[in-house]
Design a protein around this ligand. Structure first.
Ligand SMILES: NC(=O)c1ccc[n+]([C@@H]2O[C@H](COP(=O)([O-])OP(=O)(O)OC[C@H]3O[C@@H](n4cnc5c(N)ncnc54)[C@H](OP(=O)(O)O)[C@@H]3O)[C@@H](O)[C@H]2O)c1
Length: 265
């Protein structure tokens, strides 16, 4: 018999792991996916022990074009209906644009962009059949800000794409019972900065600007369950998003340059 599952990409660490725990604590069956199998196995066992839900995993590298198909086939063969899809996996390239290889960038755009579209495309027909579904796109505050150096040239632009994609999903599917939520965190304490070779820069960020991933995950799941189209964690991040969206770009760049010298030179 087909059972409903919440599928969370990038659920071996950080925000994705805490979203998986938050959804399991609310009684949802969980399907984890990422590259590190040892962690996936341990986390799935832990979720079942802690929350009594069914938890399974599928190993996939989202930088490979075949990964969304592999994940979908796994669900199909196990009769897992994905009624909650959390597109969360991500990292950053900590190099200047002229220093990166094309293949490195293609992989990056696949993980943060193309795979998000491909997974959503595969799972929306099942949600349409059920006349309900929840999608979360874990984007970033960087989606609102002018692109900056030090984060790679593509991180902000691909997150802006993700937000626009989420808006398009709401426009097309809200009337069919399917909602999509753009979650736009600012600095969050996870493995993101060490995995992207940016831990030194993160260590310099004042602690009042950082959030813990558990708080972000809980707020993100609340926002998704309410069908909100977007959610930014915390007052400071909300203020930054508001200023980025409403002040002239040249002024935002000036303000950002004085706060974080060199990022816009
Ligand atoms: N932390 C922040 O300050 C911050 C701020 C704004 C937005 N975000 C966004 O939040 C999301 C989650 O990041 P996080 O901070 O939780 O980072 P994290 O702790 O480093 O977790 C990233 C997750 O993505 C997975 N992943 C990375 N590359 C992958 C690939 N090629 N294929 C499949 N899975 C992959 C990792 O698993 P494996 O290594 O096991 O594959 C891991 O589970 C990202 O989209 C990020 O852009 C983070």
């Amino acid at each position: 018999m087909t059972k409903n599952y919440a599928l969370i990409t990038g659920s071996t660490a950080g925000i994705g792991l805490d979203i998986a725990r938050e959804l399991a604590s609310r009684g949802h069956n969980i399907l984890l996916t990422a590259r590190r199998e040892d962690r996936l196995k341990d986390i799935a066992e832990r979720l079942t022990l802690d929350f009594g839900v069914h938890a399974d995993y599928v190993v996939a590298d989202l930088s490979e074009p075949s990964a969304p198909g592999t994940i979908f086939s796994f669900c199909d063969s196990h009769q897992y209906a994905v009624n909650i899809l959390v597109n969360n996996a991500g990292y950053s390239i900590n190099k200047k644009f002229h220093e990166t290889g094309e293949e490195e960038e293609e992989k990056f755009l696949r993980v943060l962009g193309t795979s998000v579209v491909a997974l959503t495309k595969r799972f929306i027909p099942g949600m349409l059949k059920q006349k309900s579904g929840k999608i979360m796109l874990v984007s970033s505050l960087a989606a609102f800000a002018p692109p900056a150096t030090g984060w790679g040239a593509l991180y902000g632009p691909v997150k802006t794409f993700v937000n626009r994609f989420g808006d398009a999903l709401n426009l097309n599917y809200r009337s069919h019972g399917i909602t999509s939520t753009n979650v736009c965190p600012g600095f969050t304490v996870t493995e993101f900065h060490s995995a992207s070779g940016m831990q030194d820069a993160m260590d310099e960020v004042p602690s009042f600007m950082k959030k813990d991933s558990k708080t972000v995950a809980k707020g993100a799941v609340d926002a998704m369950m309410k069908g909100k189209s977007a959610w930014v964690p915390g007052l400071l991040n909300k203020t930054i998003a508001f200023l980025c969206n409403n002040l002239p770009t040249s002024l935002v760049i000036k303000m950002s340059s004085s706060l974080a010298g060199g990022r816009y030179e």
